[in-house]
Design a protein. Structure first.
Length: 131
């Protein structure tokens, strides 16, 4: 077996999780996903840990356009749900991003898990973008 970080056919799925306490409306910047190389996001999942207001509405945006909406309810146990994506989302430039927004005032702690893979032959990088 191999402990390589990546596969030559770019089939390795990666996950990145981010946790943030939501306390205001708007883009929740600590939950934003960016990639320094082109990436295809295949799944986005949210887990609510604490919701002080009873309900937490999360809007998933891709480069500012709404892609999905998820409503999370407070419960004794942690509740997790997946955003329903119509298709995989490709981040094709360093400025591309997937963000979580809260359209209404709510308070709660949320963990968002992004599942993605890099795009074969990705050519852009952080270094190229700033030089």
């Amino acid at each position: 077996s191999s402990f390589q970080y990546d596969h030559p056919a770019y089939t390795v799925m990666r996950q990145e999780s981010k946790t943030h306490t939501v306390a205001a409306t708007g883009v929740q910047h600590p939950l934003t996903f960016r990639s320094k190389v082109a990436a295809v996001v295949t799944g986005v999942y949210a887990i609510v840990r604490i919701v002080a207001t009873g309900t937490l509405i999360l809007t998933l945006t891709v480069d500012g356009s709404v892609a999905a909406i998820l409503t999370l309810q407070n419960s004794v146990n942690e509740g997790g749900q997946a955003f329903t994506l119509a298709a995989n989302r490709t981040l094709a430039a360093l400025t591309s991003r997937i963000a979580i927004e809260t359209p209404t005032h709510a308070t709660g702690t949320v963990t968002v898990i992004y599942e993605y893979r890099i795009v074969p032959g990705s050519t852009y990088s952080l270094n190229a973008a700033i030089t």
